[in-house]
Design a protein around this ligand. Structure first.
Ligand SMILES: Cc1cc2nc3c(=O)[nH]c(=O)nc-3n(C[C@H](O)[C@H](O)[C@H](O)COP(=O)(O)OP(=O)(O)OC[C@H]3O[C@@H](n4cnc5c(N)ncnc54)[C@H](O)[C@@H]3O)c2cc1C
Length: 312
């Protein structure tokens, strides 16, 4: 990796070279960021992007709960928003919240409860942050982020501040069509005024369902594959005989077989090889090509590349 730091603009936030990302992802695996940038606030981020040389790649990470970092690490600048600069929830009018992109989903659910707003209980069970939820259209229990979004603010790769309406976010299942180089910084979300006891009951039901059906205390990246049209990914994985399948320190969860788990010092390679093995077996048994929901960032170590579907 190069001495990238000397080419980067001065910032008020932090710039860390060769920063391990394993401790910033739920999988606890993978290589370092060449440089990790944590902006102090939106102005710091915009000034950095304006001054950043055009050839430097930029990667965004949130709370790392839907993320697999490869063992060779991520070249260029990896951006992670800090709680201090982007972690506020502010009520707006009677039924809206302005939410910083670093706010954890659970904190948003709690803030909505405090304001007596329903429609946010599903966030109580999702371990990511709002930036990731905006990008992934995170959802659960029949509700998706797109149903709450009024508008989203962000900063482009060139440093311009932009605002997207709900329609401009281009939402689909676990996907936003907004330009991939935009760092979302905050959003306005809308809920429905509701009795707090009813909201609390919804949140308790979400928490109970999670504990009973997902390996929430494990080192995992959440749902590994998107549900193909008309199918459940986990049923296809199960039918292909992959429940409990293990490669190195990585295992397909026995509890919920659309989850991969780092059970014993798994590398990024172990986890991705396991995922591609599952994809290859599902293709063989059902003819269906599963699509990764988990985002995979960074480079393979030399000589350790993994072919999609193991080359099938
Ligand atoms: C136990 C467990 C259960 C889960 N259950 C669910 C569930 O029920 N429903 C669901 O939808 N997901 C679920 N997930 C997946 C995950 O929590 C969500 O996708 C979450 O929204 C990701 O947020 P994050 O902050 O962790 O993002 P990361 O995993 O860090 O990143 C995910 C993507 O978002 C992008 N991103 C992050 N921040 C920003 C930003 N500020 N601006 C632009 N792009 C950004 C990243 O570049 C990346 O492409 C689960 C995960 C786990 C581990």
């Amino acid at each position: 990796m190069t001495n990238l730091l000397s080419r980067l603009p001065t910032v008020r936030g932090s710039l860390e070279p060769e920063r391990s990302l394993a401790d910033l992802t739920w999988f606890r695996a993978g290589g370092p960021a060449e440089v990790l940038f944590q902006p102090a606030d939106e102005a710091d981020l915009a000034a950095f992007m304006t001054g950043l040389p055009a050839d430097v790649p930029v990667t965004l990470v949130g709370l790392g709960s839907n993320l697999l970092v490869r063992d060779g690490g991520i070249r260029g600048v990896t951006i992670r928003l800090s709680q201090r600069g982007f972690g506020q929830v502010t009520p707006v009018g009677s039924n809206r919240l302005e939410v910083g992109a670093a706010v954890p989903d659970k904190k948003l659910a709690a803030a909505a409860l405090a304001e007596g707003l329903s429609g946010f209980a599903f966030y109580h069970g999702i371990p990511g942050g709002i930036g990731g939820a905006l990008r992934m259209n995170a959802g659960a229990h029949g509700v998706e982020t797109r149903q709450r979004v009024v508008e989203v603010r962000g900063v482009t790769r060139q440093g311009a501040r932009v605002t997207f309406s709900n329609a401009e976010m281009g939402y689909a299942y676990r996907h936003s069509g907004a330009p991939t180089d935009v760092v979302f910084t905050s959003c306005v979300l809308e809920g429905i005024p509701e009795d707090r006891d009813a909201i609390r009951r919804d949140m308790d039901a979400v928490a109970a369902h999670r504990e009973a059906s997902q390996p929430v205390r494990s080192r995992t990246g959440g749902s590994t594959f998107k549900n193909p049209d008309g199918h459940s990914a986990w049923k296809l994985v199960d039918a292909a005989g992959c429940r409990g399948l293990r490669i190195g320190g990585a295992e397909v969860s026995e509890m919920h077989c659309n989850f991969l788990i780092n059970v014993d010092g798994a590398t990024g390679h172990d986890l991705e090889l396991l995922g591609e093995t599952v994809r290859a077996r599902v293709l063989q048994t059902s003819g269906i090509r599963l699509e990764w929901e988990i985002k995979r960032f960074g480079d393979f170590l030399p000589g350790a590349a993994i072919e999609p579907f193991l080359g099938a």
